[in-house]
Design a protein around this ligand. Structure first.
Ligand SMILES: Cc1cc2nc3c(=O)[nH]c(=O)nc-3n(C[C@H](O)[C@H](O)[C@H](O)COP(=O)(O)O)c2cc1C
Length: 352
């Protein structure tokens, strides 16, 4: 029977266990999006996970979601990330960068630029813009030129990630950010070849994936999806049809992995296993906080090859050791999830 604690090969990397640290935005980057020493320390502390996936990282300035999130589109950001990858590799870990283009989940007060999206559809709600909360803005509908430019930005960002020493990149196709905004039918009301039918709504995601694979190799490329996810005001229709089409299109590309974030109302993990023959990383989804027993059972029943932990990894830098030895777990403090500085970030204790 498979367990969380055994080695596994992912994209040509021999990982020391099947436990993945899920991508988590922590807002600790410098103002210009540069990763810093504090971030290097945070990731290094967690390098006993088989694989780390970084927080969502902007591939272009217009795609920066929140103040304090990092980017991978300037030389100084690449230099900052080098500190992180070096620290993790020196400790024997492996690390992928999550490329998160936020699309309409951004604000002129954050980037100085008009947010862009599949369509000019304003999401409901507000976001933190630096000093307080502001309502979302209506994004600019991306022209065909914007689509080509954004694809190119993803490719450059992926190459930058490899130059910064990452073992690969994960495209964020989940949680209502740009790629998901193209997939979901309430945020994509386009009438051209990028909107309307299932095929058209999946076209941008597939094109970005193909372009990134061409640039850095399939074994260094992964994608995260969250079928039926509603975060950031997306609402999907024809979910089974949409993701059947998407998974059939990407199955056989030889990606490092497919990361599936399960959402209530649609059993994504067994669904993906049926349609996708490559490596699958399972995640519980935000609304259904990870239960260790569920993670163990998903690996034992081979519904997925690896399991990613979010909040438990945030609060337990040594989670693989704690779980394998049955050591009590720290609980996380949500007040410091998105704050600044080391408190609630690098000060969670490790087990003796
Ligand atoms: C503080 C925090 C920040 C997050 N940021 C991201 C992110 O940048 N990208 C992403 O794909 N998911 C993000 N997530 C979702 C997690 O990756 C994960 O799917 C979710 O927390 C459910 O797993 P868990 O129950 O183990 O925490 C975030 C979650 C938390 C708690």
């Amino acid at each position: 029977m498979k367990t969380l604690f055994e080695k596994v090969n992912v994209g040509g990397n021999e990982l020391s266990n099947r436990m993945v640290m899920a991508p988590m935005t922590r807002n600790r980057a410098d103002e210009n999006g540069d990763p810093n020493d504090l971030m290097a320390e945070y990731y290094k502390q967690r390098s006993s996970f088989g694989l780390l996936i970084t927080e969502g990282t902007a591939p272009a300035h217009v795609g920066k979601a929140y103040p304090g999130i990092p980017g991978i589109y300037t030389e100084s950001q690449i230099a900052g990330w080098k500190k992180v990858t070096q620290a993790v590799h020196e400790s024997g870990g492996r690390i992928f960068l999550q490329l998160m283009h936020s699309g309409r989940i951004s604000h002129t007060k954050i980037t100085g630029l008009d947010p862009i999206s599949a369509s000019a559809v304003k999401p409901a709600g507000e976001l933190f813009t630096g000093t307080g909360m502001d309502p979302f803005e209506t994004p600019k509908e991306m022209s065909l030129q914007d689509i080509a430019d954004t694809k190119a930005a993803f490719v450059t960002a992926a190459k930058n990630a490899i130059a910064a020493g990452f073992d690969g990149v994960e495209l964020h196709g989940a949680n209502g950010y740009l790629l998901h905004q193209f997939i979901a039918s309430n945020s994509n009301v386009r009438t051209d070849e990028y909107g309307g039918s299932v095929e058209n709504r999946c076209k941008f995601v597939i094109e970005v994936l193909v372009a990134v694979v061409e640039a850095i190799g399939a074994d260094k490329t992964a994608i995260r999806i969250s079928p039926n996810g509603t975060f950031n005001d997306v609402a999907e229709t024809a979910i089974e049809e949409t993701y059947t089409y998407l998974l059939k299109a990407i199955n056989g590309m030889g990606l490092a992995f497919l990361h599936v974030s399960n959402q209530f109302g649609f059993e994504s993990i067994p669904f993906a296993r049926k349609l996708y023959s490559g490596c699958i990383v399972a995640n519980s989804g935000y609304a259904d906080k990870t239960k260790v027993e569920t993670a163990k059972q998903i690996i034992a029943s081979e519904q997925a090859d690896l399991f990613s932990f979010g909040r438990l990894a945030l609060a337990n830098p040594d989670l693989p050791k704690r779980l394998s030895q049955g050591i009590e777990l720290n609980s996380g403090d949500s007040k410091t999830f998105y704050s600044r500085g080391p408190v609630g970030y690098t000060d969670y204790p490790v087990a003796p």
